[in-house]
Design a protein around this ligand. Sequence first.
Ligand SMILES: Nc1ncnc2c1ncn2[C@@H]1O[C@H](COP(=O)(O)OP(=O)(O)OP(=O)(O)O)[C@@H](O)[C@H]1O
Ligand SMILES: [Mg+2]
Length: 455
Amino acid sequence: MGEKRKTIQFTVLVVDDEKNTREGLRWALEGPDVEVITAANGLEALELLRQYPVDLVITDLRMPELDGMELLKRIRLEMPEIPVIILTGHGSVENAVEAMKDGAVDYLQKPVNIDELMLRVERVRREQRVERENVELRERVQTLYAFENIVGRSAAMQEVFEKIKMVAPTRASVLIYGESGTGKELVANAIHQNSPRRNKPFIKVNCGALPLTLLESELFGHEKGAFTGAVATRRGRFELANGGTLFLDEISETAPEFQVKLLRVLQEGEFERVGGTQTIKVDVRILAATNKRLDQLVKEGKFREDLYYRLKVVEIDLPPLRERPEDIPLLIEHFLEEFSRYYGKPKPKVHPAVITALQNYHWPGNVRQLRNVLEGAFVMSSGEITLKHLPPEIHSQEGRENYIRVPVTASMEEAERLLIQAALAFNRGNRAKTARQLGLGRKTLYRKMAEYGLE
Ligand SMILES: Nc1ncnc2c1ncn2[C@@H]1O[C@H](COP(=O)(O)OP(=O)(O)OP(=O)(O)O)[C@@H](O)[C@H]1O
Ligand SMILES: [Mg+2]
């Protein structure tokens, strides 16, 4: 028995009050990888369903105790993933129709034709296999193309994930470079969360927002009476971050005087509070972000070279969104799922023309702008997001439909998919026109559309 159970891949529960039918079906269905268990009425069936993992229920309609219709309803409610096939008496088509409405996947007339039965069961098994494979695929995609909350399948983003994984466990300083809205703060968070310091503070300072003196007292703290308004001694962010990570955002905006002090903390791990003499020692890991090229600022004499090298032990470059259109479909999914949870509204479909339009836009505000555009579209749409839900600058005609961007790292297949998708949108879904324009036979176009999931 123990040996046999291992190979069983499929369990069918047969429910009928007639012993002959039960045994007949058992005889027909049982095989090396199929197990059949039986029940004489709906109540018995529910008992068994709660104890055994069942893959398919085949049930008669008319039975004492709990009939087939009731059983079907209870299964739909309690175990909606289990398919149910209904057996109906000769000529009772209305019952079958009603059962299908209530969620049966199929029905068979009695007396049961064994060949037909086998066909239906095979179909259920095939559908379950496909569904299982889909779930596996979805999970694989999620782990392959996402890290923490960062989504991306482009080669550039995959490289970013690799770098984060390598550098996070160390205490190396990391300089994160990227245009506005490319995810610099997200990356800083991911590094901290994957470091041994994850349970210690993660403190962020926006260096661009504060004038020099305030920034100094913010970071290093001050002694009582250090300046007008310093009515009490105050600890700075460096002290608060002790043992953890300090994230210096917009580091390019700092003044030279400040850069000297920062360099000293980075090199010696010590500093004095503003107006203080006591030297304070801290253990802080530094992450810095900038949307300006620091090497350029160094050349112009606006940023200290020694500090620059100290900060960029490791450098992570986040590419602008317009250079990785292949990430856009994933980001759309990611954000729509987020909005759906937040607003408690089902996730809408997205018209293919919308995806093309979003992939062709140049995104000066990068991922943040994409997120905002999608949030607006999500709120204004019901069921499906179409071009009319996008701001005019994104779906306006010029340059939109006439060109597509294909990453040079794309495979021929990906390039072909992008071109077919864009051509379909350009021709407003007219397949004959699209085929002609692409120089493809209509059948070939249909086949490729099916292959790439473009229908
Ligand atoms: N790859 C990504 N996957 C998922 N969400 C992202 C990604 N990149 C950015 N975001 C989202 O976009 C928004 C902006 O990201 P973030 O604040 O990290 O950008 P930033 O580079 O720090 O911008 P800024 O230069 O304006 O400070 C956030 O909502 C963030 O969650
Ligand atoms: Mg930021």
